[in-house]
Design a binder for this molecule. Sequence first.
Ligand code: SF4
Length: 79
Amino acid sequence: MEKRNQNEKTAMSGREPNRAIACTVSECAHHAKSCDFCALDRIRVGTHEPHPTETRCVDCESFACDPASCGRTDTTREI
Ligand code: SF4
């Protein structure tokens, strides 16, 4: 329990990799940046297709554009 709380805290502060969530989308505000992992404690995965059949049909719905990559400021997104 103590370790989980520490992980949540470091993930919330930004950039501490969560090694349970591998990710190469460095344009995301939640990406660890120093390595190919997400920094969130958990993510939401979904689909934009009515009947997903391939990897490309599935999306990380926790993605938020990193302003440094896309210049947008509306980066908050509920997970
Ligand atoms: S929120 Fe999704 S897209 Fe963004 S770093 Fe985490 S796993 Fe990758």
